[in-house]
Write a new protein. Structure first.
Length: 728
């Protein structure tokens, strides 16, 4: 059946060649139409505190954002002038500058800042235009922006630039590795066409999704290249092996494709199994990465099966003419080493792995990146850390409710972090709009309006007011003549801003600025205290908290469950696939133990190096290592079991290593180098940390597969070798 399928594919090779050419061109166009999401909060579970709070806030207040503008050595009076101009600009709710608090001299440089509250549909586009407008002035000195929108702008610029650089370097390195390990100088040309086509098709078909995360966009192409490269290498090696036997290109290609169907399919299934486990995370960026990379692996496999035979057929003559002896990689020598040390080496490595298992439990996980925007860090260094948190509670303008807000502020200002006040600033209706909600006597209103107390008494009495009037009621119900007064007009403007900023139809909000870090155990304790105060102040009522700190808290809370789920699903899926492939209980157990050992060693190195581990990095690396690097073990074990039917354990392991080492090292080095390039070219912490750990983990997995696994296969030969194997 498989041979018939292979024959049909080869007969239709011209059709598939044209088809993939058209698909590649169309996909290249669709890449530009793919939406990239730079907001991690969109991937939080719908039941998280942050997600609920953001939905509450958007419902009542629309699209609002905060921006800090800082000038370095601006001309005198420029900051105040710009602040006044910003307050007249559409899309800005309020711009504030306090000459006493918002101006500092550091190392001889004068820094001045303006705090801006935005109300616009697309804050990124708005801030981009505003930044260009300010930069065009010649009197502002150096401009520094801090906030969500500037971070997104910087992230876009960085990723678009670095992805191209990283991919270019990866392609050069991969081609160099392929030239070194190839059987023909034409091998890299064919493989290059295959992986370019599969990567472009995968990236183009991301258009079918509403959006993909910036992390997915940054790593999917290089990881697809690294994870799926061994499929095409496997088919090419089989082709050359059968060509030597048959000396007929078409027959060799048919036999090679027939033999490659099952191992390539099994290999892709284990990789996809690891990636699919990410799709069950509560933090749905895992679903995003999992589905895009799984699709990429599937597309790579289909491209190898359908497009690559066409290319081999077209280039069969150059392939044959440019053949050369592959670089000797010492597979047999490694096999001899494994045989000689089979009683000692496993014990040593297992002890090291067990120690690393205990040690990796001490790892500290990181849930946000505070170094993402240099400009934000500069603003923080000058004016102090401004970790913003938004509190939401029921909207109520009654005197009792306003007193409750004041009591809430008093309690919040008593919260401490490491011996100092955690909350440095509170902005709310009762702080910003105090003049608009205080009570005024008739004498005070008379001084504000210029109308005699007697006339005011008669007028306010007709409106139903007593001898004292609250500012907002005065502004809302007073006659037109009174609101023309400058003092009362000032109260009206303050009230309008305070209402639009802090009072919605259902909820009111309060903005806290805190001098605490974005993540860490002590931060979580402080946040727990703030949550407790909010719930005690509004018992039994719907309240919310949003901000980077709250997002970090939500992610950290979900992480333990996600970590366990990803590990269990990955291991179960991989074990099941290997069990069905080998029909042996012990083979999947041995292979999973070896790769799990590599994962523990990788994680323990982070502890030894004093590095925190980005939580997504842990989950992705676990899934990729268990789903992809285990293929190296599957290849070696499959060759060993096949050879045991005709060879002794010693000769079987020597021949298995000799036949497997080229594929293991080629695929492994490509994956490790790809990770290394991502880790060192990309400056975005979220992405670079994944690359660095992937490089480290792949290298460790290769070492264990070519040292520990052969020793374990020999030591457990009685239960690993298939029935009918040659006895020692």
């Amino acid at each position: 059946m498989l041979s018939k399928l292979a024959g049909r594919i080869i007969r239709m090779r011209r059709f598939f060649l044209v088809l993939f050419l058209l698909m590649t061109v169309a996909s290249a166009f669709l890449i530009t139409k793919t939406n990239i999401n730079y907001d991690f909060t969109d991937y939080l579970g719908k039941d998280t505190i942050t997600r609920k709070s953001l939905d509450m806030m958007e419902k009542d207040f629309g699209n609002t954002d905060q921006l800090t503008i800082m000038f370095e050595n601006a001309s005198e009076g420029v900051c105040a002038e710009i602040c006044a101009a910003l307050n007249e600009r559409e899309g800005i709710l309020r711009a504030t500058h306090d000459p006493d608090k918002d101006a500092k001299r550091v190392d001889g440089a004068l820094y001045e800042r303006i705090e801006v509250f935005l109300e616009c549909e697309d804050s990124v586009a708005y801030v981009t235009d505003l930044s260009n407008e300010l930069e065009s002035r010649g009197d502002i000195g150096a401009l520094h922006l801090s906030g969500t929108a500037p971070q997104t702008i910087k992230l876009k610029e960085t990723i678009m630039r670095e992805v191209v650089i990283a991919m270019a370097i990866a392609v050069v390195v991969v081609i160099a590795v392929l030239f070194i390990t190839s059987h023909s100088w034409m091998d890299p040309v064919i493989l290059f066409i295959v992986f370019v086509s599969s990567i472009v098709i995968n990236m183009g078909t991301n258009w079918i999704f509403p959006s993909i995360s910036f992390v997915t966009f940054a790593v999917c192409a290089i990881l697809q290249l690294a994870l799926a490269m061994d499929y095409s290498i496997m088919l090419l090696h089989n082709y050359f092996a059968f060509l030597e036997e048959t000396n007929d290109h078409t027959q060799a290609l048919t036999l090679a494709l027939t033999r490659s169907f099952m191992p390539i399919s099994s290999s892709s299934l284990t990789t996809i199994a690891g990636l699919v486990s990410l799709m069950f995370m509560s933090f749905t960026v895992g679903f995003d990465i999992g589905i895009v990379l799984s699709k990429g692996i599937l597309i790579s496999m289909i491209t190898v099966f359908l497009l690559m035979p066409s290319l081999i057929s077209i280039f069969s003559s150059p392939l044959e003419k440019s053949r050369h002896k592959p670089l000797p990689l010492g597979g047999r020598a490694i096999g001899k080493f494994a045989y000689k040390t089979r009683r000692v080496l496993p014990i040593i490595l297992i002890i090291v792995i067990l120690i690393s298992c205990i040690h990796q439990g001490k790892n500290e996980y990181v849930f946000t990146d505070t170094s993402m925007n240099i400009e934000s860090n500069l603003v923080s260094r000058v004016f102090g850390l401004s970790n913003q948190l938004v509190l939401l509670f029921p909207a109520d303008m009654s005197d009792e409710a306003l007193d409750t807000q004041r009591e809430l502020i008093r309690k919040l200002e008593e919260v401490e972090f490491q011996g100092k006040k955690a909350v440095t600033s509170v902005t709310s209706l009762v702080t910003t709009g105090e003049a608009a909600i205080k009570y005024y006597t008739l004498d005070e209103i008379s001084k504000l309006s210029g109308i005699s107390p007697l006339a005011l008494g008669l007028y306010t009495g007709s409106l139903g007011f007593g001898t004292v009037v609250r500012g907002d009621e005065l502004v809302d119900k007073a006659a037109e003549i009174m609101t023309k007064n400058e003092s009362i007009q000032s109260i009206k403007e303050m009230l309008d801003f305070a209402r639009s900023m802090f009072v919605g139809e259902t909820y009111s909000r309060m903005i806290l600025l805190m001098d605490i870090p974005y993540f860490g155990d002590e931060m979580h304790e402080t946040l727990d205290e703030i949550r407790k105060i909010l719930h005690e102040t509004y018992p039994g009522q719907e309240v919310g908290i949003a901000g980077a700190t709250m997002s970090s808290y939500d992610i950290a809370t979900a992480f333990q469950g996600d970590m366990l789920l990803v590990n269990i699903l990955t291991i179960l899926a991989v074990v099941l696939i290997i069990l069905l492939s080998f029909k042996s209980f012990f083979v999947p157990v041995v292979l999973v133990c070896v790769i799990q050992g590599a994962i523990w060693l990788t994680l323990s190195l982070s502890t030894l190096m004093g590095e925190g581990i980005f939580f997504m990095c842990y989950l992705i690396i676990t899934a990729i290592m268990m789903g992809a690097t285990i293929d190296y073990g599957i290849l070696l074990t499959g060759n060993y079991r096949r050879l045991r039917l005709s060879l002794s354990p010693r000769e079987a392991i020597l021949s298995a290593m000799e036949g497997s080492i080229a594929t293991i090292l080629t695929s492994g080095v490509i994956l490790a180098v790809s990770g290394f390039i991502i880790g060192n070219v990309c400056t975005t912490y979220y992405i670079s940390s994944i690359g660095k750990m992937l490089a480290r983990g792949t290298a460790i997995a290769i070492v264990l597969v070519v040292t520990l696994l052969p020793s374990m296969l020999l030591g457990l030969d009685r239960v690993i070798a298939p029935k009918g194997s040659v006895k020692e």
